[in-house]
Design a protein around this ligand. Structure first.
Ligand SMILES: Nc1ncnc2c1ncn2[C@@H]1O[C@H](COP(=O)(O)OP(=O)(O)OP(=O)(O)O)[C@@H](O)[C@H]1O
Ligand SMILES: Nc1ccn([C@@H]2O[C@H](COP(=O)(O)O)[C@@H](O)[C@H]2O)c(=O)n1
Length: 231
């Protein structure tokens, strides 16, 4: 190499989208850790702003009420894949954003264009400042947030597999009710007007129904390494 300079890998931007329970978070964190990249859970950001709306008694059924205050909460995401963090106005909300109160309302809040504009700006700024690159997971990353990502992956899995995974995680929650809730949230996320859940035309689709988590991770790591080698 010229002047003995060590070649550093170019920063790589990876977008991972897909419906609920397809393995986006588990896969993205592991891929980012393996490749020394940052990691951003964009669902956590939408959950955080929803938590703030609930805590401040904003009428979730009124999009104009949500839009009017969308710029108020300060949402900060930590992007270390081994310890991702999320705070709202300095409060750690990593636990309450996973509760039912937030989960049942997040699709309504995330459908409001002013909320999406605010959160999208945060996401682009974090991606632009990631030194080695970043794995960003969500619903509209490949289509809207980072349309020029080096690699776009769209994870899918049957509703049955996703419900079984989630009810296992929720310590035996009723699998039928879990399946119905997943389908309802996906339908809301896919049918909203602004940046719906969708596969980008140039995304690689990976059906994870019959794959172990380790197999999905290995598949995505290989795809990233191929893109990196070609840069
Ligand atoms: N291929 C797989 N096989 C079996 N279990 C899996 C697989 N991928 C993920 N899981 C498990 O399924 C559950 C959901 O995974 P994860 O949270 O990564 O999905 P997600 O797509 O990020 O969901 P959401 O969009 O709702 O946040 C977790 O318990 C995870 O360990
Ligand atoms: N890019 C994204 C990511 C998420 N959402 C909304 O947030 C909800 C929660 O996402 P999880 O991944 O934590 O389950 C999701 O249902 C969407 O309503 C989004 O709109 N865009």
């Amino acid at each position: 190499m010229e002047n003995g300079a060590a070649r550093t890998a170019p920063a790589v931007i990876v977008a991972i989208d897909g419906p609920s329970g397809t393995g986006k978070s588990s896969t993205s964190k592991a891929v980012a850790t393996h490749l020394g990249l940052s990691y951003l859970d964009t669902g956590a950001q939408y959950r955080a702003i929803t938590w703030w709306m609930v805590n401040n008694n904003i009428d979730i059924t009124d999009p104009s009420a949500i839009a009017a205050v969308a710029g108020k909460p300060e949402i900060v995401s930590g992007t270390d894949p081994s310890a991702p963090t999320i705070t709202v106005d300095g409060v750690d909300v990593s636990v309450p954003i996973r509760g039912q109160e937030v989960t049942s309302r997040v699709s309504a809040v995330s459908a409001v264009p002013e909320v999406r504009a605010r959160i999208t700006e945060l996401q682009r700024s974090l991606a632009a400042s990631a030194r080695t690159g970043i794995v960003v997971e969500g619903r509209d990353i490949g289509t809207t947030v980072l349309p020029d990502a080096d690699l776009k992956v769209f994870l899918t899995a049957s509703a049955e597999a996703r419900a079984a995974r989630r009810s296992g995680e929720l310590k035996g929650a009723d699998v039928h009710a879990t399946r119905a809730a997943l389908i309802q949230r996906d339908a809301a996320d896919s049918s909203r007007k602004t940046s719906p859940l969708a596969k980008a035309d140039d995304a690689v689709e990976v059906d994870t129904t019959d794959l172990t988590l380790q197999q999905v991770i290995e598949c995505v790591v290989t795809l990233v390494e191929e893109k990196r080698a070609a840069k």
